[in-house]
Design a protein around this ligand. Structure first.
Ligand code: HEC
Ligand code: HEC
Length: 298
């Protein structure tokens, strides 16, 4: 019977160790969510009051509405019994909306730096991409969001279950607290608008192609189980055989020249396909100018 006692002690010790590790991971995620950043954003060179509403609406169509809703009044973003829930905020000036109290500086800090007025990082909201937006585009976006009709909708305080915090600490979702990864004191260059390699790079950065297709755009496997590989977009991949018309049509219809239907749950072509012809041509020029890299999965 001694052996049973020893097995009991070993198993009990293991359970205790696992509980301690889990507790440590939960505490680490909680402290990352509550970490504060003290950033005073540089004022935009284009006054928000002069922001181009059409430019702002174009960006909102391609990005903001996908998460903050058609009326930008926010609502449930994800909800799962084992993970918890997180809502996308109401961006309007209606009841429950952040627009009612946000200053111009708050808007710039949240979108460009990923930092909320209380100093903590945004979660999920892709500021690591919006960080690249030039002053004119950002002023247009803020002016447009401020111009939409107020929506009265209260948004719930987010709630993440301990299991979600453990998964987050293990890196299962990647890094989604974007204030942690943004280089706050560097401003990326803002090339002139045009059909050029430089402007194509600007669009690729601010639309977030690299966050899925990899830093070098040579391909990356999304973290979700069962997700398709985000393919190699350099001339080392399938795109080497495409024309600019093939590329534009793929982005607009979600069907590649080879007939593959792109899964919109993983490749957001419905939003990105709203880029104008000139914008898509600039993106294509940039992709074609990249070195031909071997396909990677990370
Ligand atoms: C992938 C989904 C997604 C997209 C795209 C997105 N957001 Fe968000 N946004 C969120 C979520 C989720 C939050 C809540 C973050 C939090 O509370 O940590 C948020 C937070 C914000 C906040 C901060 C709100 C606060 O609580 O202080 C602002 C401002 C904002 N978004 C504006 C925008 C604008 C403008 C766009 C388009 C340019 C946009 N978002 C695109 C998901 C998104
Ligand atoms: C949220 C992640 C995500 C973002 C952002 C994203 N992609 Fe994708 N993309 C994917 C995934 C995943 C696939 C593969 C989808 C499938 O096979 O169903 C894909 C497929 C593609 C394809 C088809 C390639 C082929 O060889 O069949 C092209 C072209 C493409 N993306 C271009 C872009 C461009 C350009 C951008 C930025 C403007 C972009 N993607 C942004 C995830 C993303």
């Amino acid at each position: 019977m001694k052996i049973l006692k020893w097995i009991g002690i070993v198993l009990g010790g293991l359970v205790l160790l696992i509980a301690l590790a889990a507790g440590g991971m939960i505490a680490s995620t909680t402290s990352r969510f509550s970490k504060t950043y003290d950033i005073t954003p540089a004022p935009l060179t284009v006054a928000i009051a002069d922001g181009d509403l059409a430019v702002g609406e174009h960006w909102a169509e391609m990005h903001c509405r996908e998460c903050h809703g058609e009326d930008l009044g926010g609502g449930p973003f994800f909800e799962d019994p084992s993970i918890g829930y997180y809502d996308a905020p109401n961006l309007t000036s209606g009841k429950g909306g952040i627009g009612a109290t946000y200053t111009d500086e708050d808007w710039v800090r949240a979108i460009r730096h990923g930092i909320k007025p209380n100093g903590t990082s945004v979660f999920i909201m892709p500021s690591e991409n919006f960080y690249y937006l030039n002053d004119a585009d950002l002023a247009g976006i803020i002016a447009y969001v401020k111009s939409v009709p107020p929506v009265d909708r209260e948004i719930r305080e987010p709630s993440l279950k301990p299991f979600a915090k453990i998964l987050y600490a293990l890196g299962a979702f990647g890094d989604l607290l974007y204030a942690e990864v943004i280089e706050h004191d560097v401003r990326p260059s803002a090339p002139a608008v045009g059909v050029s390699v430089e402007y194509g790079e600007y669009l690729v950065n601010s639309h977030g192609c690299k966050s899925c297709h990899g830093e070098a755009l040579s391909g990356k496997q999304p973290p979700e189980p069962g997700a398709p590989l985000a393919p190699n977009l350099t001339p080392g991949g399938e795109l080497a055989a495409w024309t600019d018309a093939d590329f534009i049509s793929t982005m607009r219809t979600g069907v590649t020249p080879g007939g593959t239907e792109l899964d919109a749950a993983y490749m957001p072509w419905q939003g990105l396909g709203k880029m104008t012809d000139d914008e898509l041509k600039a993106v294509w020029m940039y992709l074609q100018a990249l070195p031909a890299l071997e396909t990677t999965t990370e």
